[in-house]
Design a protein around this ligand. Structure first.
Ligand SMILES: [Zn+2]
Length: 282
């Protein structure tokens, strides 16, 4: 099969293309009848860029899957509609609740992007599920699974059984730490264990280079260490700051992991642990 130089073919008709913006990985699984696009990037403009790149590979109609609700995975949805968009049912809830707010936050934090963010129409998944779904692409099918809460409450993975490829969304990140800002650190390790049970070959992270099960196991170990540090500090009544050095991630990620773990562990720490209420941090 002729392959555009920028798409990497991981298995027959299974492609990934890494975009410079956010070092993000976009997947494409081509069947006889349709092509499944994994995530749509951060704006209509970026979504159209994906479409142009897809059209160099296949003329098939597309379907979309959103690995979770974060803006860099869903804000391009508008240019793919009315094609079916698959996602977890809580991805819909999150986009309805946070989508417009997220547009404002992104425009403020990334002024260079403000203009294209302004034209984004929030479009939520139209095909939803809780635990699992199968998408028939003609001659091959793809499995969608929610393995538990982790990076968000609506992470799903995309499994291409006939090619042995798994798209993990932001359950796994390469080239930088995972993002813990609205995560569920206490449940993340079990979700990663379930992912490892499915990872027989290449694992495509949400951002960064293609990895394998060993990389996932290593990142899982770091998250477990972070959760252990959070439990220790929480049990002893220590402040979050005392545990930062025991979390094997750089400081902003470590802080987020601890804050969210404390929130999950409950108790008096959650209010003061919220970095957003501290004027010293954004
Ligand atoms: Zn994310």
């Amino acid at each position: 099969m002729a392959v555009d130089g920028d798409w990497e073919e991981l298995g027959a008709g299974v492609f990934v293309r890494r975009y410079q913006f956010f070092n993000q990985d976009i997947g494409l699984v081509i069947g006889d009848d349709a092509a499944l696009v994994v995530d749509t990037r951060s704006s209509h403009r970026q979504g159209r860029e994906i479409q142009d790149d897809i059209r160099r590979l296949t003329p098939r109609p597309w379907l979309v899957v959103n690995t979770h609700h974060h803006f860099d995975h869903t804000f391009g949805n508008g240019v793919f509609a009315p094609a079916p968009i698959w996602g977890h049912e809580r991805c819909v809830t999150a986009l309805e609740r946070w989508g417009e707010r997220s547009k404002q936050d992104v425009a403020r934090e990334m002024p260079d992007l403000a203009e294209e963010i302004a034209e984004v129409r929030i479009v939520a998944p139209t095909r939803t599920f809780d635990r699992s779904a199968t998408v028939d692409l003609g001659g091959r099918s793809v499995e969608l699974r929610h393995l538990g809460r982790a990076h968000t409450d609506n992470d799903i993975v995309v499994i291409v059984p006939d090619a042995g490829v798994v798209f993990a969304g932001d359950l796994v990140e390469e080239g930088g730490p995972p993002y813990f800002g609205d995560s569920y650190p206490l449940e993340w390790p079990a979700t990663d264990v379930a992912l490892l049970g499915l990872a027989k070959g290449p694992v495509v992270p949400g951002h960064g280079a293609i990895v394998d099960a060993a990389f996932v196991r290593d990142q899982l170990g770091k998250i477990e260490a972070g959760v252990a540090a959070a439990r220790r500090a929480h049990d002893e009544g220590w402040p979050i700051e005392s545990a930062v050095r025991d979390v094997p991630f750089p400081e902003p990620a470590a802080q987020d992991l601890l804050r969210r773990a404390f929130d999950q562990l409950g108790g008096e720490a959650s209010a003061s642990a919220d970095g957003r209420s501290n004027p010293g941090r954004e």
